[in-house]
Design a protein around this ligand. Structure first.
Ligand code: SF4
Length: 366
């Protein structure tokens, strides 16, 4: 098995290079390439060919390799399907926005949570990702951002807020981050230290693992917390999110309140708007009727929160339908009338493959 160089400490990397009979300073040169997300050794232009070839036989730069890369037609979104060393696959998404470059990373290969609208859980949970595997997703994105630049611009990009670096992270890809809390925390600490990404630019999204939220409180870093709520009442939520049978809405919001008050942060609430087909093939609203909008308003009244409304993205294997634009706006209007901050999440990269987890699912079926 090849050694993954990005997983080595500086001392370990030096030893590895010197054991190959090479001078110590090569380790620093290679480290520089690794920190930029170099996908392989062929790009390391200041390393002699002979060493690059030698490295290629015994080592790899990252613990992931790109299987597929899809670019949206507007150039704003790049979606990666990545393969891990045990052949499990994960997805990550790079989004170029007006406020910076944001990467959505996966924390697990697959997911055990069983949310009824989600493609990521259809093949179950395979395993937790390591710190290095999660971190390598932002390195892949970083390389993508920088590879378009000349060497000169790469140097000047450092320190410039409008530069081509990853600036924001959301742990919202495949998996439930708070089922892999230790490695997610390790990843965030590393992204903050090694990539200088501020706590307030990092968001962890959970389906509502209450003990995990308290673990984040104990950890004490002022990151952002997002709760995938998707329903204002337990009866409805339990039909689409099995985790609600274990942790009820009130308990989840209590823990989330404690987190956000501790750090004086605005809580993010994720709400997917789902429809269903009736027996006549007509779409009827499932969790986004006007009554549910009123109930959601009551539930969130007085909270410092922002509701992200996400019109459902079709997943063939899932038995839901997209609500009409009118229904989406009516739901939003009721929240606004009741004083709840909310926005409809802009759909990104719809031309490059759909919902979270679907790229991986389709590839497994091929
Ligand atoms: S929505 Fe998130 S927690 Fe639920 S099954 Fe999908 S990946 Fe898992």
């Amino acid at each position: 098995m090849k050694t993954v160089l990005s997983s080595l400490t500086d001392v370990e990397l030096q030893k590895f290079i010197m054991d190959l009979g090479e001078p110590k300073f090569r380790a620093a040169q290679i480290r520089d390439w690794l920190s930029r997300g170099a996908p392989d050794f062929s790009v390391m232009k200041n390393i002699p060919n002979t060493l690059r070839e030698k490295l290629d036989t015994v080592a790899q730069t990252l613990p992931v390799k790109i299987v597929k890369k899809l670019q949206s037609s507007d150039g704003e979104t790049t979606k990666f399907l990545l393969e891990l060393n045990d052949c499990e696959q994960i997805e990550c998404v790079l989004m170029r926005t007006t406020y910076g470059n944001s990467v959505c990373v996966s924390s697990q290969a697959g997911c055990a949570m069983g949310c009824k609208f989600c493609a990521s859980t259809l093949l179950g949970l395979k395993r937790n990702l390591t710190v290095d595997e999660i971190y390598s997703q932002i390195l892949v994105a970083q390389w993508e951002l920088r590879s378009a630049l000349s060497d000169d611009k790469q140097i000047h990009a450092n320190g410039d807020p409008n530069n081509n670096d990853v600036s924001h992270i959301v742990v919202m890809g495949t998996g439930e981050p708070l089922q892999n809390t230790e490695n997610v925390i390790g990843f965030i600490e590393r992204a903050n230290k090694d990539m200088n990404i501020g706590w307030r630019r990092i968001t962890v999204s959970t389906c509502g693992i209450v003990p995990g939220i308290y673990d984040l409180i104990k950890w004490g870093r002022p990151i952002n917390l997002a709760i995938s709520l998707h329903a204002p009442v337990d009866e409805l939520r339990s039909t689409i999110m099995p985790i609600n049978n274990k942790y009820k809405i009130a308990e989840v919001l209590q823990a989330a309140d404690e987190f956000t008050k501790l750090h004086n942060r605005q809580l993010m609430i994720e709400y997917i708007l789902l429809g269903k087909k009736d027996e006549n093939g007509e779409t009827v609203l499932y969790n986004c009727t006007p009554e549910y909008a009123e109930q959601l308003s009551k539930l969130l009244a007085g909270k410092n929160c922002m509701v992200n409304l996400i019109p459902w993205n079709a997943v063939d294997e899932r038995d839901f339908a997209s609500p009409s634009g009118n229904a989406v706006h009516r739901f939003q209007d009721i929240l606004i009338k009741n004083g709840i901050h909310c926005r409809i999440r802009r759909e990104r990269g719809t031309d490059i493959g759909s919902a979270c987890g679907q790229l991986r699912l389709n590839n497994k079926k091929d």
